[in-house]
Write a protein that binds this ligand. Structure first.
Ligand code: ADP
Length: 601
């Protein structure tokens, strides 16, 4: 059996290599260069795939041509040969074209000869692959392989698969995707035929000329889509590629390479069983590998963003749609939130405005009286002037006095109206830096201006100089006016000693950030215990004409400023203390003066 013979031959070569390797192993300490060695590595292929089964004539030839040199043959598999080249353990390497271009690209080996198979085959176009099918198969074309099982030597076999892969790729077929199965049988190539016989595959890949060399196969199988190539004696399903090269390693001296080339070119098929020619061009193998993105071009397979996008475009599109939908949804939500916030702000401003008007409304009963006074004074002076004019008693001095008084009273009335108008005006909220005592002063002024019999208001400023708050002036005035009005209501009808209000400004000592406390204390009737907890509830009121909104709005204003509004019964006598706590922007570390608070003063 030729197969058994080939295996036996391989074994003998292997043993030969072992002994040769033992001879060739450098003596420890000896410099490798000092031994004149020619180590030829050969890709070990089994059985029918081996185009050349017998390399010993080559060794003999070299031994004759290079007397005194130690010539050895090393048969290795793909990985072993590559490792030996990498280590520099060889001077020459003989391998298949596919493996050669990898070694050339990665490790810099360079061909000096190519096998010359003869028989009409040129070294440039010597190797092809035949896709074979049982003679009765319906598969006629390579494209008929779609959905079929293909027996191959292995995915990394050049003649046993990659050439056919290239041909299928040229037809737009991707074996891994479009074939039902790539059935790897390994070496020897006879196994491909065995797989077809066993019905494990619908088609198989053999190197060209193998089928023709086995008459027992030739009538049972046929080659799919056989191409006729002038001068090529066998059927091939793929384009032809150059024959095996012999290549020198990087470290091999050019003189040795030349001597080896000359010696081997002298071999003839007739006497030696194999022959060599000048090196073929392996560009076609490079092109095949580049197209298939394998071997030295495997890096092209690394996924680029575009390649990934092209491959997973339905996912990419779905993701993009999702992102777009999410973005739209977010925009919409944001828009709604904006609109709602604006509406809320408008409603809040409206409510505050209403509350201001309500405070004014409650105070307006006395406003008429308040305005009455300057108007009555003005009227009196006007009448008195007319009477004097009628009686011819109008002196310059009297006119001047009356005019001055009228002007003063008119200004007083205008001042009252101006402050009210300013307070009642509809406006947008605005924040500015304020000196607390100033705002308190303005509020007291407004309060007094609106009440004919306003209770006495004492203001005690115990804040360190330079204390500033950042707040909306009118809103703070609104809070203070509310507190003053409530204090007034709580003490109405009481003796004068209790109809007074005390406002005290102190630094807030609690918390980490500086703050300002404005405490408004009255000496009024206070509240029964049941009402304590409900003070700040909306619509809680104990007054017949009260709205019950003042304190709840005041508290929300305080909170909008990052502060608080609290209430408690006075600790040292009748009445309540309402405390407005606001954060301060600027305040020296220690207060300068702290006046004693005397509620009875
Ligand atoms: P209104 O003044 O319209 O009643 P407020 O919210 O300003 O609304 O006050 C709610 C209630 O809180 C008042 O009706 C009153 O009973 C009570 N109150 C507020 N301030 C004081 C105070 N200084 N002393 C006693 N009770 C007060």
């Amino acid at each position: 059996m030729p197969d058994r013979l080939a295996r036996w031959l391989w074994l003998t070569h292997f043993l030969l290599w072992l002994t040769a390797g033992a001879w060739a192993a450098p003596v420890p300490g000896e410099h490798a260069e000092s031994v004149s060695r020619v180590r030829v590595g050969v890709l070990a292929v089994l059985g029918a795939e081996a185009a050349v089964a017998e390399w010993s004539p080559l060794i003999r030839r070299l031994e004759n041509a290079l007397p005194g040199w130690q010539v050895s043959l090393v048969q290795l598999d793909h990985a072993g040969l590559r490792a030996a080249v990498q280590r520099g353990d060889l001077e020459f390497v003989i391998t298949n074209p596919g493996h050669y271009v990898e070694l050339e690209a990665d490790l810099g080996v360079s061909r000096i000869l190519s096998l010359d198979a003869g028989g009409g085959r040129s070294p440039q176009r010597a190797l092809g692959a035949a896709v074979i099918v049982p003679a009765a198969s319906v598969i006629r074309d390579l494209s008929d392989l779609r959905g079929k099982r293909l027996a191959i030597v292995g995915r990394d076999a050049f003649g046993g698969y990659q050439m056919v892969w290239g041909a299928l790729d040229g037809l737009g077929l991707q074996p891994e995707r479009d074939l039902a199965e790539l059935y790897e049988v390994g070496l020897p190539m006879d196994r491909v035929v065995a797989a077809l016989d066993a019905g494990k595959a619908d088609a198989g890949v053999l190197r060209s000329c193998l089928l023709e060399s086995r008459p027992e196969w030739a009538d049972r199988f046929r080659v799919v889509a056989p191409q006729a190539v002038a001068g090529f004696p066998c059927a091939t399903s793929t384009p032809l590629y150059p024959d095996w090269p012999l290549a020198a390693l990087r470290h091999t001296s050019p003189d040795l390479a030349r001597a080896v080339a000359i010696a081997l070119l002298g071999m003839t098929r007739e006497t030696d069983g194999l022959a060599w020619a000048v090196p073929a061009d392996y560009q076609s193998v490079h092109e095949l590998f580049r197209r298939l993105q394998i071997g030295p071009y495997a890096y092209l397979r690394e996924p680029t963003l575009m390649a990934l996008a092209a491959r997973y475009w339905p996912w990419v599109a779905a993701l993009a749609l999702l992102v777009a939908a999410w973005a739209l949804y977010t925009l919409r939500v944001e828009h709604l939130v904006h609109r709602r916030t604006a509406e809320l702000r408008a409603a809040q401003e409206q409510a505050e405005h209403m509350a201001r008007l309500s405070v004014l409304g409650e105070l307006s009963g006395t406003l008429a009286h308040e305005l009455n006074q300057p108007l009555a004074t003005i009227t009196n002076y006007a009448h008195s002037l007319r009477r004097r004019a009628d009686n011819q008693r109008l002196t310059d001095a009297a006119v001047r006095e009356a005019a001055a008084e009228i002007a003063e009273q008119a200004e007083r009335a205008a001042g009252i109206l101006g402050r009210i108008r300013h307070f009642a005006r509809k406006r947008r909220n605005s924040c500015e830096r304020l000196v607390p005592a100033e705002v308190v002063g303005e509020s007291v002024e407004l309060f007094r201006g609106m009440l004919a019999r306003a209770p006495a208001v004492a203001v005690e400023d115990a804040l360190p100089a330079g204390t500033v708050i950042e707040a909306d002036r009118l809103q703070i005035q609104q809070v203070l006016l509310n507190l003053l009005k409530n204090a007034h209501d709580a003490s109405e009808g009481l003796p004068d000693a209790r109809r007074r209000i005390h406002i005290r400004l102190t630094p807030a000592d609690a918390g980490l950030s500086p703050g300002v406390l404005i405490a408004v204390r009255d000496f009024g009737r206070g509240l029964d215990a049941a009402a304590h907890g409900r003070l700040f509830e909306s619509f809680f009121t104990t007054k017949p004409d009260g709205l019950g909104l003042g304190l709840s709005i005041c508290r929300s204003i305080a909170e909008a400023h990052g502060g608080r509004l609290d209430a408690a019964p006075a600790a040292d006598g009748p009445g309540w203390v309402f405390t407005l706590n606001l954060p301060a922007v600027l305040a020296p570390a220690t207060p300068t003066v702290l006046l004693d608070h005397d509620p009875n003063r």
